[in-house]
Design a protein around this ligand. Structure first.
Ligand code: ZN
Ligand code: ZN
Length: 453
């Protein structure tokens, strides 16, 4: 064969290919980055667990907790995990645990912008008091729309801020109670999916009629709050200007250094303003927003030092909302006939779940004491019915737990292991129910049965 007949191939590149580092968990992209509707870290954890077909409980106790610097979560059935879930909303704020979760999740997923899913960058600007909502809040219309248009369900960080109470898109109050079981829920729970109630698994996109107690001025302020909080969340870098120093400047320039005049005009207590003025306390986010709203200032420019305090800034008196709740309602304003009718209607309605009197009073917007004082018979009847409904539900759960114990013991026994209490506890939904005598008796009865086989 002649040399000309041979085909010349490209030389082989023996350089090793640069493979990016592998992640232990999926590199799930957070939703809404660089928008005011950026996802919250608790929502990200729920979605990450679901993407791995795990419950948040398993994800946290088996994968995250062993790597945490703090050993506050021991195992999946420990009490610590229950306490952690109850207060899980704080992960969306700032602090050691929040940043530890962010760091660990970034390591596990190799997603490097997870810090934007929390308020970590505002730790030196706003105190943690009244910063976040304790319980989950959501807009049912947003959930419903996302579900119908096939979008991914998530919870924006904005919903977890204490100062948002309406949805910016739908102008409707955010909901915090399940439309089916009427229970409040934490931001994370052992078994939780975004968009569903962790207690009864109902779809949260179903709206319940909420009578808005906001008047026009308050509604306008809420819309402004939403917009400005969204702008704050959009900032990825904050130049930690001392808010107290700017308030000091405002009082000096606009109020001739008169703390009382500032406090009176904007509706704060004099002592509170005094502590800001002397840099002894930082204003909470709520107070900071109130100052910006009343003076027509941009919160983002304010904390980034772009807002120059000058005489041209004026207090907008149309935006000053008088504090409510001080005025006592006249007893004559009680519409006895209508309230009695409402209470009777509630009693006649046999649809479960029954509501406790506390919820009935809230729905009617009348204090519980006033209702009991004026309609004792109806109130007692509603309360008694709720108590018996609760007992009935508890008995049902206890029976269900007994059945679970029987199945768990059979399963453990069939797998060739000895059915110890610890093993049974891992297989039942509510291991805490072992404190009830009936459940304990069932456990002992079945353990005896297998020992004697
Ligand atoms: Zn909405
Ligand atoms: Zn529910």
């Amino acid at each position: 064969m002649l040399n000309e007949d041979l085909q010349v191939y490209d030389s082989c590149n023996l350089k090793s290919i640069a493979i990016p580092p592998r992640s232990r968990l999926y590199s799930l992209e957070p939703i809404g980055i660089n928008t005011p509707y950026v996802e919250s870290l608790t929502s990200y954890i729920s979605r990450l667990a679901e993407a791995h077909c795990l419950t948040p409980n398993s994800l946290i106790t088996r994968i995250i907790a062993p790597e945490l610097k703090f050993s506050f979560i021991k195992h999946s059935s420990s009490r610590d995990i229950g306490t952690f879930f109850k207060k899980s909303g704080f992960i969306n704020g700032y602090g050691e645990i929040s940043s530890e979760f962010t760091r660990l999740l970034s390591n596990l997923t190799k997603v490097n912008n997870l810090a934007l899913l929390t308020l970590g960058r505002y730790s030196s600007i706003f105190p943690s008091r009244k910063l976040l909502k304790k319980n989950k809040c959501w807009c049912p219309v947003c959930f419903e729309e996302w579900m119908l248009s096939g979008k991914i369900l998530y919870e924006p960080l904005l919903w977890s801020l204490a100062d948002t109470s309406i949805c910016h898109f739908h102008h409707q109050c955010l909901q915090d109670k399940c439309p089916n079981c009427h229970k409040l829920m934490p931001w994370l729970k052992g078994k939780i999916r975004v968009g569903y109630c962790p207690n009864c698994e109902s779809w949260l996109g179903k709206s319940i009629s909420l009578s808005s107690k906001l008047n026009y001025l308050e509604f306008k302020k809420q819309l402004w709050n939403n917009e400005k909080l969204g702008e704050l969340l959009l900032c990825d870098k904050v130049f930690a200007n001392n808010v107290c120093e700017i308030i000091h400047e405002i009082i000096q320039v606009l109020f001739d250094d008169n703390i009382s005049a500032f406090a009176k005009k904007l509706g704060f207590s004099k002592n509170t303003v005094w502590s800001w003025y002397h840099n002894q306390n930082m204003p909470e986010l709520r107070s900071f927003l109130k100052i910006c709203y009343s003076l027509n200032l941009s919160p983002v420019d304010f904390i980034n030092g772009k807002q120059i305090v000058s005489r041209s800034i004026k207090v907008d008196s149309t935006k000053l909302i008088k504090p409510k709740g001080k005025k006592r309602k006249s007893p004559k304003s009680l519409d006895r006939k209508n309230i009695e009718k409402e209470l009777l209607k509630i009693l006649e309605d046999q649809k479960k779940p029954f509501l406790p009197m506390r919820e009935v009073a809230k729905d009617l917007d009348i204090s519980l004491r006033t209702l009991y004082r004026n309609f004792p018979l109806q109130c007692k009847a509603i309360s008694a019915r709720y108590r018996s409904y609760q007992k009935e539900a508890k008995d049902l759960q206890i029976d269900r737990c007994c059945l679970e114990i029987e199945l768990a013991i059979t399963k453990i026994y069939q797998s060739g292991e000895y059915p110890t209490e610890a093993r049974v506890s891992k297989l039942i939904k509510q291991p805490g129910y072992l404190r009830y005598p009936k459940v304990r008796a069932t456990l002992n009865q079945f353990l005896l049965k297998y020992i004697s086989i």
